[in-house]
Design a protein around this ligand. Structure first.
Ligand code: UD1
Ligand code: UDP
Length: 378
């Protein structure tokens, strides 16, 4: 260990999914002797980040508070880089940890590099192979990989992607995905919601669809197609209830409310805290989503997922048969959803609990690898 002093590890994150997936790592760092855990949030998201910080009782030492309505990618990049430069220079951590593929992720790694600080990349090695889909995440994660010293790959496939790009094997650790650590800590079969509508739904007799959509490349026509397909599904199938916690991005909200507001059996609600959201996923029948994290969580709860995108960087659950790529065309999304509602065999084929993304011990492996990297044998 460096100079017998504590290892200073700074976790940097800014959006809801990063917070959910970094929370178990931060908790593990906090309880580990010999480590000083420091959290810096860019707050690229504000309310949706705070929901997660409150749930996991994480109090960041640094909060850059950069979010602005309608923020562009360049604006987030500039504001985060400027703020992070100052914080990293002041704290001088031994390592910065970033997660995944957001603008905060890439900029966190870049700011660390400019200060010659080591970088650990949590959820490393996911690749779609298309630099514009997901946009800009595919490029964010590749560039972050280039700037990282330790790569925490959730799966063997993710490790292979990194090896193909020339990353040295000894710097890649297969850990599983920390999202499973987070999920296991909040899902409870006896969970009761605080929100009336979620308690009133007849989960036994209705087909309950959980919908989310927010991807930048889906804004506009693809998202209109998605919501029109959902409308078609609800109009045809009178036993269906749709719950859609709508992302706070005003561009998403405008499309969602213009197509789905006021429809019978469609519930547009505010983004849920992680605990009710995970438990809703556990109770619903079908998940329709363009989210990355939800593609990892739902399979472990045995819920069929239709991915509202044209590709995925998470092929493991597709291979296992729990996830299907539905694309962004109205007819195909309608057809696949309708089939899951009305064809029991098809439903049962997809509704298998599988866990290619982890066993709930990813954070433990990450912290162990960091200690070993700095010379502490566990
Ligand atoms: C960002 C990430 C994306 C991730 C997604 C998770 C980038 C480039 N994109 O999406 O990878 O999947 O977060 O949700 O990093 N807003 C609020 N309050 C909030 C959050 C958002 O009002 O708590 C509104 C703001 O008007 C903000 C807008 O939503 O300007 C979009 O936020 P942004 O972080 O830019 O979202 P995305 O790029 O869509
Ligand atoms: N999630 C949540 N509340 C919601 C919707 C999603 O807590 O209302 C959680 C979900 O369980 C997953 C994460 O947020 O862990 C996914 O975030 P998002 O879809 O915003 O981003 P992505 O995973 O696509 O980057």
């Amino acid at each position: 260990m460096i100079n017998n002093s504590k290892l200073k590890i700074m976790s940097i994150f800014g959006t809801r999914p990063e917070a959910i997936k970094m929370a178990p790592v931060v908790k593990k760092l906090e309880e580990t002797d010999g480590i000083e855990s420091i959290v810096c949030v860019t707050a690229q998201h504000r309310e949706m980040l705070d929901q997660v910080l409150n749930l996991f009782d994480i109090r960041p030492q640094y909060d850059l508070n950069i979010m602005k309505p309608g923020q562009t990618l360049s604006e987030i990049t500039c504001r985060a880089l400027k703020g992070l430069e100052k914080v990293i220079r002041e704290v001088q951590p031994h390592m910065v940890l970033v997660h995944g593929d957001t603008t905060t992720t890439f900029v966190g790694a870049l700011a660390a590099f400019y200060n010659k600080t080591k970088v650990g990349h949590v959820e490393a090695g996911l690749r779609s192979g298309n630099m514009y889909s997901p946009y800009p995440e595919e490029v964010n994660r590749s560039l972050t990989g280039r700037l990282s010293h330790l790569h925490f790959a959730p799966t063997e496939g993710n490790k292979n992607n990194l090896l193909r790009e020339g990353v040295r094997e000894e710097n890649i650790i297969i850990t599983g995905n920390t999202v499973i650590d987070a999920l296991l800590s909040v899902v409870d079969d006896n969970y009761k919601f605080d929100i009336d509508i979620l308690n009133e739904i007849d989960y036994k007799n209705k087909k309950v669809i959980l919908l989310t959509s927010h991807r930048r490349e889906n804004l506009g026509k693809p998202m209109e197609n998605i919501f029109c397909a959902v409308k078609d599904v609800v109009e045809k199938n009178k036993n269906v209830e749709v719950i859609f916690p709508v992302h706070l991005n005003p561009k998403v909200r405008e499309i969602a409310y213009s197509i789905l507001d006021g429809l019978n059996r469609v519930h547009l609600i505010e983004p849920l805290d992680y605990e009710p959201f995970a438990n809703l996923m556990n109770k619903c029948d079908i998940v329709l989503t363009d989210s990355g994290g939800i593609q990892e969580e739902a399979p472990s709860l045995g819920k069929p997922v239709l991915v509202l995108r044209t590709e995925t960087e998470r092929p493991e659950a597709v291979k296992a048969g729990t996830v299907k790529i539905a694309g962004v065309e109205r007819e195909n999304i309608f057809k696949l959803t309708d089939e899951l509602i009305n064809n029991k065999d098809e439903y049962d084929k997809m509704a298998n609990a599988i866990n290619p993304y982890g066993d709930g011990k990813a954070s433990e492996r990450i912290v162990k690898a960091i200690r070993e990297y700095f010379g502490e044998r566990n």
